[in-house]
Design a protein around this ligand. Structure first.
Ligand code: HEC
Ligand code: HEC
Length: 460
């Protein structure tokens, strides 16, 4: 190591050490006495609540692990360029954004789509499904609209949105207007079928993905209740999706419909589908045989296995941030209501991870507030676009850990699968289907109790 990089590495270790301790704890004894609920990620938990809260490495990572994580941070945040460039070549010919971080803003989510489409992409398909149950792409477009292209090639089209205003009046007279988006494609480069399915998706936050990756199949099978055998009105279904490494259908964990089996495949697919960067899991350019896709194609691997694996290591080793203010009476009241309103039946407060290839992720008691299962949430959120076993109106319960820091990290962020909700309250008001009773229960609370529920979410 050169001297300057030694200094940087040392500073990094100091920052990591600071963000791995809660401010008011001085000694190891204090650490043991801290309410265990602060450890959202078990011993991986970070205590940084600043704008960089989502960019912290697992707190139990070794020094060697931290170097690899730092290298992966570079790949995740760098801009890629077309083939021929000396700096990070491989982008395109078609792509949506040129870096992972331009969608996963500061490792958090994309923007509220009433304001901007940063972090957003449009999934498209024709009705029916393929041999594994996967959606069928549109000929000439594939499964995702490519809105950007390198010089010489041309984009597939632009995302167009029209809005429906849905006024909601609470029993106590309080009013909110929800905005429902409808997506279509402007300026398509070639004809589109008269009828096609579309699903808007915003980039979700990515911290804690390693711990979610480490939740075992057995645990998920044990929580699932597809046919609601316990009769509580809430089912919880597993998605089974094509696993490219195992050449088999395995349990889905990532994406808003749990359509990806693990962090590696999710990362590899993002390189390929979102950035036009081929790799060993996705060797074929995402524009095969398309007339708009000229030049800059490179089958097999725009990036090496090393770059893919190191980026994946970065995803796996991002710590979830600790909650804050759990002793505040308002937050405590909100926590109680969160449970009384059955929010906690889907947003499961505690899970223990299984054994993972990375020892740091194994056997941790975590507080992710998700069951990683699919739930029917009603037609208002539905996109009419099934994905493997996930139905048109079914979505994976998103983790709520760290959600209270969303706007500190990105003030323009939007909630829900397509970034349509400006506030946590709007996100709750979109819940229907299996979560209808929870939503109605929330609307029937006093203003003070509603504020307590929001205060609890903000503390996570
Ligand atoms: C064009 C925007 C965009 C870019 C660029 C992008 N992503 Fe994503 N990412 C998304 C969206 C949208 C989803 C949700 C997909 C879904 O629901 O199926 C997602 C999902 C993910 C997830 C799953 C998180 C979870 O909990 O479900 C991970 C991990 C991820 N991306 C990593 C990456 C990496 C690594 C890169 C760069 C190689 C990248 N993304 C580039 C938009 C983007
Ligand atoms: C039946 C399961 C279920 C119940 C019950 C439930 N949720 Fe959800 N929740 C979901 C799913 C699934 C989504 C994702 C919906 C989407 O993006 O379209 C979600 C999304 C959210 C979001 C937005 C998360 C994000 O990342 O954008 C918040 C906040 C939230 N729920 C809070 C609550 C609260 C508070 C309650 C109780 C009043 C509750 N939920 C009850 C399943 C549930």
């Amino acid at each position: 190591m050169r001297r300057s990089s030694k200094v940087i590495f040392f500073l990094l270790l100091v920052i990591i050490w600071i963000s791995c301790k809660k401010e008011d704890q001085q000694t190891d004894t204090d650490q043991e006495e801290l309410n265990p609920e602060y450890y959202s990620g078990g011993s991986t938990t970070s205590f940084d609540a600043s704008t960089s809260a989502y960019r912290r490495a697992l707190c139990n990572l070794t020094a060697e692990g931290i170097s690899l994580h730092t290298l992966g941070d570079g790949f995740f945040h760098q801009n890629f360029n077309p083939i021929g460039s000396s700096d990070a070549p491989g982008l395109g010919p078609l792509f949506i954004e040129s870096s992972c971080a331009s969608c996963h803003i500061q490792n958090g989510r994309g923007n509220l789509i009433t304001n901007s489409l940063e972090g957003f992409l449009l999934r498209v398909s024709i009705p029916g499904s393929g041999i594994y149950g996967e959606p069928l792409g549109i000929s000439g477009y594939g499964g995702q609209l490519q809105t950007n292209a390198i010089a010489g090639a041309s984009p597939e089209g632009e995302v167009a949105i029209i809005w429906d205003d849905i006024p909601i009046t609470f029993p106590d007279g309080y009013q909110v207007v929800l905005k429902q988006p409808y997506f279509s494609i402007n300026n398509p480069y070639t004809s589109l079928p008269p009828f096609y399915l579309r699903g808007g998706r915003t980039a979700p936050p990515i911290y804690g993905a390693g711990l979610l990756d480490a939740i075992s199949d057995e645990t998920l099978l044990a929580i699932a209740d597809e046919f609601d055998n316990d009769g509580d009105g809430i089912s919880g279904k597993i998605n089974r999706v094509w696993n490219k490494q195992e050449n088999a259908l395995t349990i889905g964990r990532f994406g808003w419909k749990s359509s990806n089996p693990n962090a590696l495949q999710q990362t590899a697919e993002a390189f390929s589908q979102d950035m036009g960067i081929t790799n060993f899991l996705f060797p074929i350019e995402n524009c095969e045989g398309q007339s708009n896709c000229v030049g800059g194609t490179q089958e097999g691997g725009d990036i090496s296995a090393d770059v893919l694996n190191t980026t994946n290591y970065y995803i796996l080793t991002l710590a979830p941030p600790a909650p804050r203010n759990l002793e505040d009476p308002n937050v405590m009241r909100g926590k109680q209501l969160f449970s009384e309103l059955s929010c906690a039946k889907c947003h499961l407060p505690e899970i223990t991870t299984g054994t993972h290839a990375l020892a740091e992720l194994s056997n941790q008691v975590i507080r992710p507030y998700t069951d990683l299962l699919l739930h029917e949430l009603g037609a208002g959120l539905g996109d009419g676009r099934p994905d493997y076993d996930a139905g048109a109106n079914e979505w994976r319960t998103p983790p709520l850990w760290g959600i209270g820091l969303t706007k500190i990290v990105n003030p323009n962020a939007g909630f829900l699968h397509d970034g349509r909700a400006a506030t946590l309250e709007e996100a709750i008001l979109w819940h229907e289907g299996e979560a209808e009773d929870s939503k109605v229960g929330y609307m029937n609370l006093s203003a003070a109790d509603r504020a307590a529920v929001i205060a609890f979410l903000e503390a996570l």
